[in-house]
Design a protein around this ligand. Structure first.
Ligand code: S3P
Length: 448
């Protein structure tokens, strides 16, 4: 019979995903990548030891643990902290990061590359260099350098905008900054610099983006408030956290969710999913496309508190119609847009994603790689400057898909394989370990 469990392809890290079985059963959503990065960084900043539950152990977030250790934080894992993502972080405090020999390696992690400088920029008299893999070296840091410089930071980047990125700590002052693009990474960087700066820092963004940093800062006693003028944080407030429980990652769960929607006869429950409304755009799009998703989401526009809501989601296969995704919705579903492209291939009508130029700056140029990838599998999809247009043809033939070292591309390819007519060979499946090391096994578990 056709097999939905992966078979080795030609290379060591090439895997085939064949159609053949409905998805049934339960999945515990893997721990949230964004929130794990923040837990490690804010744990290192906290004046008190922080207990973290359900930390994500994946390449990206392990790079963050390694970074905070090099900066002087003590991270206890294993027997003392326990397995299952339990950690105790004994931080160095807001101004206690120590200098390191040689560059800090952020690996593939854009979130680490953009958030860490916010903390380091205010630490007078010390300097650090951040560097990463080939993908990180292609992704610009000028978006954080501009506001940090306005706050008084001293920074140097290759060609003015790429890693290696050198940060020399200096006294910072609060600013009012209108972000040109909605980016939670940039917003978080400014907020982290803001807590060490003199005076108040105010940020505005053109559309709402994920607000995990704000929630975590509030939980640690820093007053972050939002009004018509923007998001405000005051410098110099003590920050101290005790406990962080990391919810499951909707962006990782989205692959199994999409597979369940696409493969006839499927019915899957995904447990412990973080349903903060700034992350659930994908579920709202799925529902618009006609999918059946059970479970309660945090209401859109909910004023962010200091906790992260979690929920079990129940997903069933269903017929899909096309959807249009506009700019305001893009930051709320940014990492799931490749899957919207995939779903569009199966939906009736034309699925359009607009205002998503940010996709070009992700782990790969995700407009180019999604379009090339889905076309290679028989999809009718065209790139635009800031998105793509997909014409649904009721399915996908299958073929080979190159992951380009991009974890989300690799996982999209796997899902495409299960839903395709002839199967998909994913070239470079190992990229999934950046955010979801257990992906292949867990997907196979659902297909039986
Ligand atoms: C992230 C924010 C998003 C997202 C990335 C993680 C974060 O980036 O694509 O995977 O943790 O803040 P931008 O906010 O820069 O678009």
């Amino acid at each position: 019979r056709g097999s939905a469990s992966p078979r080795r392809g030609r290379g060591m890290t090439d895997l085939r995903f064949d159609p053949g079985g409905r998805l049934r059963g339960e999945l515990i959503a893997p721990a949230d990548k964004s929130i794990s990065h923040r837990a490690a960084l804010l744990g290192a900043i906290s004046a008190e030891p922080v207990e973290v539950e359900n930390y994500l152990h994946a390449a990206d977030t392990d790079a963050t643990l390694a970074a905070v250790r090099r900066l002087g934080a003590v991270v206890e894992t294993g027997d003392r902290g326990g397995g299952n993502g339990r950690l105790v972080i004994r931080g160095v405090g807001l101004r206690g990061a120590r200098e390191c020999d040689g560059p800090i390696d952020v690996a593939n992690a854009g979130t680490l590359m953009r958030l860490l400088p916010g903390w380091l920029a205010g630490q007078d008299g010390r300097s650090w260099t951040l560097d990463g893999d080939a993908s990180i070296r292609r992704r610009p840091v000028d978006r954080i350098a501009a506001p940090l410089r306005e706050m008084g930071a001293r920074l140097d980047a290759r060609d003015g905008r790429f890693a290696p990125f050198r940060i020399t700590g200096s006294p910072l002052h609060g600013i009012t900054y209108a972000m040109p693009v909605a980016s939670a990474q940039v917003k978080s960087c400014i907020l982290l610099a803001g807590i060490a700066a003199d005076g108040e820092t105010t940020v505005t963004e053109p559309a709402a983006s994920r607000d995990h940093t704000e929630r975590m800062l509030r939980a640690g006693g820093v007053g972050v408030r939002r009004d018509e003028a923007g998001l405000h944080v005051s410098g110099g407030e003590p920050f101290s956290l005790h406990r962080i429980r990391v919810p499951g990652d909707l962006s990782s769960a989205a692959f199994a969710i999409a597979a369940a929607v696409l493969v006839p006869g499927s019915e899957v429950i995904v447990r412990n999913v973080g349903v903060n409304w700034t992350r659930t755009g994908f579920i709202r799009i799925l529902v618009r496309m006609g999918a059946t998703v059970g479970g309660e989401l945090e209401p859109a526009g909910a004023p962010g508190g200091d906790t992260e809501p979690i929920e079990d989601l129940e997903i069933r296969h269903g017929r899909l119609r096309a959807a249009v995704v506009e700019a305001a919705e893009v930051p709320l579903t940014i990492d799931e847009l490749p899957l919207v492209g995939l779903l569009g291939c199966f939906a009736e009508g034309q699925t359009i994603v607009r205002g998503a130029g940010e996709l070009r700056l992700k782990e790969s140029d995700r407009i180019a790689t999604v379009v090339e990838g889905l076309r290679g599998l028989g999809g009718e999809i065209e790139a635009t400057v800031d998105g793509f247009v997909v014409t649904g043809t009721g399915g996908l033939r299958g073929g080979r898909l190159e992951a380009h070292g991009d974890h989300r591309l690799a996982m999209m390819g796997a899902v495409a394989g299960l839903a395709s007519r002839e199967g998909v060979e994913v070239i470079g499946m190992e990229a999934a370990a950046v955010s979801y090391p257990g992906f292949v096994g867990e997907l196979a578990g659902l297909t039986g």
